[in-house]
Design a protein around this ligand. Structure first.
Ligand code: GDP
Ligand code: MG
Length: 174
């Protein structure tokens, strides 16, 4: 059987988690606001060095608003993407909270070295951007150099690179 990797996306409501998954897996982007995709996760097959890997990418159905995600959402994750919106300062400030929340609920044995990635989404909105690359760099320096990806679910920017990195990190951990 193909190895399977569970990736979860965490972050404030509205940062673009559902859109990132849709854009990457289904190659569609919708402008209108949607709170759920009606499924716990979407599957995508990805090939690395001629090996097929089965990605399970988990989405939330709006429960993140209350920071009360079900334990099953976190359980068994191989890596975790912390998403914020570059036009929303609060969502950036909450990245550390989501990281703590993940570690608290999933209690991985390797909590010191668990693979996280930070996603700075909506970079297509250059005029409205408030979080600078400099700020993100400073945050990284204080947070064990977690890799950061600047993405746009709208323009499909950097999505392949992002999910490839998440997959590799998840694989390395198994
Ligand atoms: P979620 O609550 O984190 O799942 O966020 P959604 O995926 O539902 O996105 C919230 C809103 O932001 C929707 O109106 C999306 O169309 C919009 N959105 C998501 N990603 C992007 C992006 O990269 N660029 C722009 N301009 N809008 C985005
Ligand atoms: Mg959503």
């Amino acid at each position: 059987m193909d190895p399977s990797i569970k990736i979860i996306l965490l972050g404030d409501m509205g940062v673009g988690k559902t859109s990132l998954i849709h854009s990457y897996v289904l190659q569609t982007f919708q402008e209108e606001y949607k709170t759920t995709i009606g499924a716990d996760f979407l599957n995508k097959k990805i090939t690395i060095d001629e090996n097929q890997i089965d990605l399970q990418i988990w989405d939330t159905a709006g429960q993140e608003r209350f920071q009360s995600l079900n334990h099953s959402y976190y359980r068994g994750s191989d890596c975790c993407a912390l998403v914020f919106d570059v036009t929303n300062r609060e969502s950036f400030q909450n990245v550390s909270r989501w990281k703590e929340d993940f570690l608290q609920h999933s209690e991985p044995e390797d909590s010191e070295s668990f693979p996280f990635v930070v996603i700075a989404n909506k970079i297509d909105l250059t005029e409205q951007r408030v979080i600078t690359e400099e700020e993100i760099k400073n945050w990284r320096l204080k947070n064990s150099n977690i890799p950061t990806f600047e993405t746009s679910a709208k323009n499909f920017s950097n999505l392949d690179d992002l999910f490839l990195e998440l997959t590799k990190k998840g694989l390395k951990r198994q």
